[in-house]
Design a protein around this ligand. Sequence first.
Ligand code: FNR
Length: 367
Amino acid sequence: MTAAGLAHRAEELLDPAAYAYVAGSASAERTAAANRSAFDRQRLLPRMLRGATDPAARDLSVEVLGTRLAAPVLTAPIGVLELLHKGGEVIAAAATKELGIGTVLSTAASSTIEEVGAAAGEWWFQLYWPADDELARSFVRRAERAGAKAIVVTVDTPTLGWRPRDLELAHLPFLHGKGIANYLSDPVFRSKLATPPEEGEDAMRAAILVWISLFGNHSLRPADLARLREWTELPIVVKGILHPDDARQVVDAGADAVVVSNHGGRQVDGAIAALDALPTIVATVGDRADVLFDSGIRTGSDMLTALALGAKAVLYGRPWVYGLGIAGHAGVRHALRLLLADFDTAMGLTGCANLAEVDRSLIATVR
Ligand code: FNR
């Protein structure tokens, strides 16, 4: 089965609103389409007779920011997984642990940081930096205690993009309070509520309004990363970078890594495809920071292409979320194993025995 096959099965089987939540992107969804077509403009130039086709010769492992991974992939942070499967974040974290890859837990998870920390192997925490530093700091502290190995600050979503599929189904999962487990379980957040959210519908509605008021931080600037650096010794990753000047500024301000990403085309319709933004950002900050990549990865060759263009690792998004919706743990595991097997094969057949051998020379210039 392919990633497209998983999407197709998900469309057949899932509740339409849940499918729309995952599949949907901003406005006319042109950037989501561009994320895929950008891969069509890149071609690999395989090398032969190098022995890499021997499975015993291949080592896909990598260390990223002190995190050891069996292959250069982590599951992307995806909010509100309860819409796909109860306990979705915990299930996904357990599946990545079994496969030796990483997981990035969303702030907007429907499981708590502590629940996921107990189930996960190597994991990072994705921070939607709220409009309240005390709360931001509390999230970071909880993630650190629960075993996160890095903090990933997503900077492209101080407010949600215009997503017609969500709007048409009047669905907006966040507004129903499904993605706020981390907030509801946080002592700082709770201290801002007049009534505990457990005390009935009105109390929950009031909690959701407080959450809305705190979700996005419009005053955040690169220099604020210095504060995050004071709060934690964990590596700081900034996710959602497309412009090289932004990459330079956040690295100057202390980021250890950036994720080149357009949020799967869910934020700015018409924005550059993430793959097209990658080479310039690697050229700008690649000597000082790790560059990771997401938005559009669907096959092992896609992974290899992003790595050859300078990404240290990739985040994998929608396909495993469809797997979760279709078949829970087995579905996530299946989706991830498909990608890993495809990547392993692509490495061997292009003559790469390990990641040190993956570089720009693997990309063909085609006119
Ligand atoms: C996301 N993404 C996301 N990113 C983030 O930093 N925090 C989050 O909570 C979410 N939530 C989320 C939900 C859903 C349903 C999707 C599809 C995406 C963005 C995600 O981490 C990643 O950048 C994209 O999924 C990459 O695009 P593709 O490869 O999945 O198309």
